[in-house]
Design a binder for this molecule. Structure first.
Ligand SMILES: [Zn+2]
Length: 208
């Protein structure tokens, strides 16, 4: 199945590209299920279960992300931007025997992929990371975020002003960021440390 709806490219071919009559997703003719609509159109379940699943339209990204997505300078670094603002780290039992080998890049895990989330505050003396960056020492948030991502070993590909705008966008539009900012503003951490949410393990952690 391909995305978004357009018209036929070639007739009488199982690789003919059609548009689902219900959701307008682009689909191969070979993906049609048996039967036709009352108007004689092929039916598809792969995209919308013949119109039974109706998803809300994709929401437009807020600014400045909307403009940045159009930027050829920014797009190659979009995962870095994502990691800069991540709330959690990804955990998985990675099979390293297949990574870094010849051929297409392969990433294989055993079992389940999980999200790791730690305490709301860093351990004594430890630098803040992930969701802690939304709560702790936010007067130095820009530097803290950059350090958490690069470990001080390299510089980022985009300007501080872009990072500041993205942080501001998260604060305005992301309900999790708003929640954690509220925690920052409403709790005196010197007097009362918030509870540990989940066990946090450092081994094998990665960025999302
Ligand atoms: Zn459909």
């Amino acid at each position: 199945m391909l995305q978004s709806g357009k018209k036929k490219v070639e007739a009488n071919d199982k690789w003919e590209i059609l548009s689902c009559p219900s959701c307008h997703a682009l689909v191969w003719a070979a993906e049609a299920v048996g039967g036709h609509s009352s108007r004689g159109e092929k039916q598809f379940t792969i995209c919308c279960q013949q119109g039974r699943v109706r998803l809300p339209p994709v929401r437009e990204a807020p600014s400045p992300l909307r403009e940045l997505l159009e930027s050829k300078k920014f797009r190659p670094h979009i995962r870095v931007a994502n990691s800069l603002l991540a709330f959690i780290s990804m955990g998985a039992q990675v099979d390293h025997s297949v990574t870094g080998t010849q051929g297409p890049f392969t990433f294989q895990v055993h079992g389940q992929i999980i999200h790791r989330i730690g305490s709301l505050l860093p351990e004594d003396g430890a630098p803040s990371e992930y969701l802690q960056l939304y709560i702790f020492d936010t007067d130095n948030e820009l530097e803290n975020r950059k350090r958490a991502l690069t470990q001080g070993s390299s510089s980022l590909a985009f300007d501080d002003s872009v990072i500041i705008q993205l942080i501001d966008m998260m604060d305005k539009h992301n309900h999790l960021a708003k929640t954690f900012r509220h925690d920052r503003d409403s709790v005196t951490y010197e007097a009362e440390r918030p509870p540990i949410l989940f066990q946090y393990r450092r081994r094998g952690k990665g960025l999302v």
